[in-house]
Design a protein around this ligand. Structure first.
Ligand code: FES
Length: 133
C-alpha cells in the first residue's frame, strides 16, 4: 500500500504541446502544462522544454531574448557562437543554454527542463511524477 504522500504525487505523463510543423527552427511557444508554464523551443531542429521560471528571482525567463554568446577564446579574440541557443532573462540578464537549462556563469545553476518526445508529428513534454516541479 502506498504512503499517503505518494498518492498525491501525480504520475508522469506525456503532454501534447504542439505540432512539429507549428514550431519551426528558431521559434518558441509558451504554454501551461499541468499547472506549470513551460517554454518550448526549437533550436536547429531539436526541441527543448524549460520551466518558465528564472532561478534568480522568478521572472518568466522564456519570454527573454534568444541569441548567441561569446565563446571561450584567446585574449583580444572574440568568437561569437551558439546563435539561437542562449536565453537571456528579461529581468536582470542571466543567461541560460536552452539545450541544457544551465546558466552560462555557473552550470550548477539551471532552469528546470523537461524531457521532450516527438511522436507522429506531435511534440510531447513529460511532466509530473516524483521529483519534478
Ligand atoms: S529574475 Fe531572471 S535574471 Fe533576475
Amino acid at each position: 500500500m502506498a504512503a499517503a504522500w505518494q498518492s498525491r504525487v501525480p504520475e508522469p505523463r506525456l503532454e501534447y504541446v504542439a505540432a512539429v510543423e507549428d514550431l519551426p527552427p528558431g521559434s518558441r511557444k509558451i504554454l501551461r502544462v499541468r499547472g506549470r508554464e513551460i517554454g518550448v523551443f526549437n533550436v536547429d531542429g531539436r526541441v527543448y522544454a524549460l520551466k518558465n521560471v528564472c532561478v534568480h528571482q522568478g521572472a518568466r525567463v522564456c519570454l527573454g531574448k534568444v541569441s548567441g554568446t561569446t565563446l571561450p577564446s584567446h585574449v583580444y579574440e572574440f568568437q561569437y557562437g551558439h546563435e539561437g541557443r542562449i536565453l537571456r532573462c528579461p529581468w536582470h540578464g542571466w543567461e541560460y543554454d536552452v539545450t541544457t537549462g544551465q546558466s552560462l556563469f555557473d552550470p550548477a545553476v539551471r532552469v528546470v527542463t523537461y524531457p521532450v518526445t516527438i511522436v507522429n508529428g506531435g511534440i510531447y513534454v513529460r511532466v509530473g511524477g516524483a521529483g519534478t516541479v
